[in-house]
Unconditional design. Structure first.
Length: 478
């Protein structure tokens, strides 16, 4: 049986996210529970009932015990009350309520994995790696993640002040965010230097691959059918729907030319049904035109699947910074009385067999996120990754021409998806100042186009050049 996996990584839009699937398993064998441990647990419950400073409701006591038991496993396994269980079933159409940030809890502090593009939190200046210590006047310490998420939610138009600790700042920052209905446009695109496409995917939703296909068609039309390559920007993309990431990867892969039996991603776990393989079924929409993928510390889960698949199959040059490292799958188990259990049951792997868990995707070429001309040491401080979370799991031909097809796709799909109009945009500042990583990615894409898309050759040239520059720098310093 093929399980349909989805990824919702921290909805504080607020989002609580992870790859997950709904399933029902056989009743556990209760006889395997150690009697001594069970007796010790019962004794603790009785002591709390008798001696705690104030009366404790039995239901609250046991629910807290269950939550604690799961929290000790890893950051993504959790117990779901009826409201949480219902919230987890929210559809993935791209419309949510809240702030627009992906969050997790670490050491009693809410940490931002990434802000979602064009959401209230993004516009207010919340950054990946920010540590939220106060919600209005309420300290975060002592709150469960679900309670913090609930407090960040609210009616559209209402404000919340987030007190944030940020690396490089000498004191906490107070940032006011106005809640809104979050309508995430997952795909945006534009032309760079006439013939190179830039596509930004902020999150993987159910329509992302279709919108991406429309964007490529529009780019071809805008470039007068002279599109020479594409930059796929997955920075601060926290993930989303697994099927969308698989379809996105498959857009750029030709199954007839692939190694690893055409794999895009696979999962492995102890449970029957947890071993899943997703394979390429189509052809390359770009017909071999070069691709550069940009990632960073905020690229997680489904975005890591795309980067890993394109990297393993040598279809794209991956650049930027080490990704987040969210490589686990959670299964949602329904319990009695509308409660549920979200339990980590599998890990996913790239086509070559690499586990992403707590490690992430290592770019072919590291490009630091620096500011030009203001270059400061703290511009490149490390943001939160999976490995930083307490208790994380370790890594163990029809006759129509292509141009006619593109015109048809662009006309039929652009209206539905409401993608931004594709046109050449002249930035207010030079690209190297506006976005250093993107500027370097564009230079690499041009190099790839010149040498026929040879990724290994491009990578080796750049790495050798970097080594030579490092030697020169060291010699000057001495």
């Amino acid at each position: 049986m093929k399980l349909h996996l989805k990824n919702h990584f921290g909805l504080a839009l607020v989002l609580l996210s992870s790859l997950y699937t709904y399933s029902t398993f056989a009743k556990p064998n209760e006889s395997n529970i150690p009697l001594d441990d069970l007796q010790r647990f019962t004794a603790v419950v009785e002591h709390i009932r008798k001696y705690y400073v104030k009366p404790v409701d039995d239901k609250e006591l046991f629910e807290n015990a269950i939550r604690g038991m799961l929290a000790g496993l890893d950051p993504h396994s959790t117990y779901l009350d009826p409201n949480e269980f219902s919230d987890l079933k929210v559809n993935t159409s791209g419309k949510f309520g809240g702030l627009g940030i992906e969050v997790t809890m670490e050491d009693e502090v809410v940490k931002v994995i990434s802000p979602i593009d064009d959401t209230p939190a993004y516009r207010a200046g919340i950054l990946a790696g920010d540590m939220i210590v106060r919600l209005d006047d309420t300290p975060v310490k002592g709150l469960a993640l679900k309670d913090a998420v609930e407090k960040m939610r609210g009616e559209r138009g209402t404000d919340i002040v987030l007190t944030v600790i940020r690396k490089g700042e000498t004191k906490p920052l107070k940032i006011k965010v106005t809640r809104d209905i979050i309508k995430v446009k997952s795909v945006k695109s534009k032309l760079l230097d006439d013939h190179y496409g830039y596509i930004r995917v902020s999150q993987f939703q159910t329509r992302t691959s279709e919108d991406l296909e429309a964007a490529i068609a529009q780019l071809r039309v805008a470039s007068h059918d002279r599109l020479q390559g594409v930059i796929l920007d997955l920075r601060n993309n926290p993930g989303g729907v697994l099927d969308a990431s698989v379809k996105t990867s498959d857009l750029f892969l030709d199954k007839a030319k692939l190694k690893y039996n055409g794999l895009i991603v696979y999962t492995e776990g102890r449970l029957p049904g947890s071993k899943i393989e997703e394979k390429s079924v189509g052809g390359d929409i770009l017909k071999g035109a070069p691709i550069v993928v940009i990632v960073n510390e905020g690229s997680a889960s489904a975005s890591e699947i795309v980067a890993g698949a394109l990297q393993d199959h040598k279809r794209a040059l991956v650049v930027g910074a080490q990704t987040f490292g969210k490589g686990s799958v959670q299964t949602v188990l329904p319990l009695r009385d509308k409660h549920g259990l979200k339990l980590t049951t599998a890990l996913y792997y790239t086509p070559s067999g690499r586990s992403i868990q707590a490690k992430g995707i290592t770019p072919d070429i590291q490009i630091p996120n620096i500011k030009i001309p203001e270059q400061k040491d703290d511009d490149t401080w490390a943001m939160l990754r999976e490995q930083d979370l307490s208790g994380h799991l370790d890594n163990k031909q029809d006759t129509a021409t292509q141009a006619q097809k593109d015109q048809a796709i662009a006309a039929s799909m652009a209206k539905d998806s409401k993608l931004a109009e594709i046109k050449e945009e002249k930035p207010k500042k030079p690209l190297i100042i506006e976005d250093y990583q993107l500027n370097e990615a564009l230079n690499l894409l041009k190099a790839l186009a010149l040498i026929g898309g040879d990724i290994d050759r491009t990578k080796n040239v750049v790495l050798n050049q970097n080594k030579q520059e490092a030697v020169k720098t060291k010699a000057v310093a001495n």
